[in-house]
Design a protein around this ligand. Structure first.
Ligand code: FES
Length: 94
C-alpha cells in the first residue's frame, strides 16, 4: 500500500507487534521453528496477525489468501500454516 493511503490510520510494524516476542503469532512462530533466512518473515507475521484479528479459526484457504502477496523463497509455507493454526488455537483457549 502506498504510504499516502495510510494517512490518519494506525500502522503496526513488526517491531510494534509484541514486546519481547510475546505476541501469540510470534510465540507460535518460535514454537514451529518457522523462519529459515528470515527475509519474508516480518510480512508473513504481520499478515498472519491481521488474519487472526479477523478470523478466530482460519482455514488453509483463508491463510493462503491472506499470504497471497508474500513470497517465501525458502519454502516455509507448511510451517507458517502450522504456526497460524497454533496461534489461532492459543487465542481461542485464552
Ligand atoms: S524464510 Fe527465507 S524467504 Fe522466507
Amino acid at each position: 500500500m502506498p504510504l499516502a493511503k495510510s494517512a490518519a490510520r494506525s500502522v503496526t510494524t513488526i517491531e510494534g507487534l509484541g514486546i519481547d516476542e510475546d505476541h501469540l503469532v510470534q510465540q507460535a512462530w518460535i514454537e514451529e521453528d518457522v523462519p529459515q533466512c528470515g527475509y519474508c518473515q516480518p510480512g508473513m507475521i504481520l499478515s498472519a496477525s491481521s488474519l487472526l484479528a479477523r478470523s478466530s479459526a482460519p482455514t488453509d484457504e483463508d491463510i493462503n489468501q491472506a499470504l497471497a502477496g508474500h513470497i517465501c523463497r525458502c519454502g516455509t509455507y507448511p510451517r507458517i500454516r502450522r504456526a497460524i493454526h497454533r496461534a489461532a488455537e492459543a487465542a481461542r483457549n485464552r
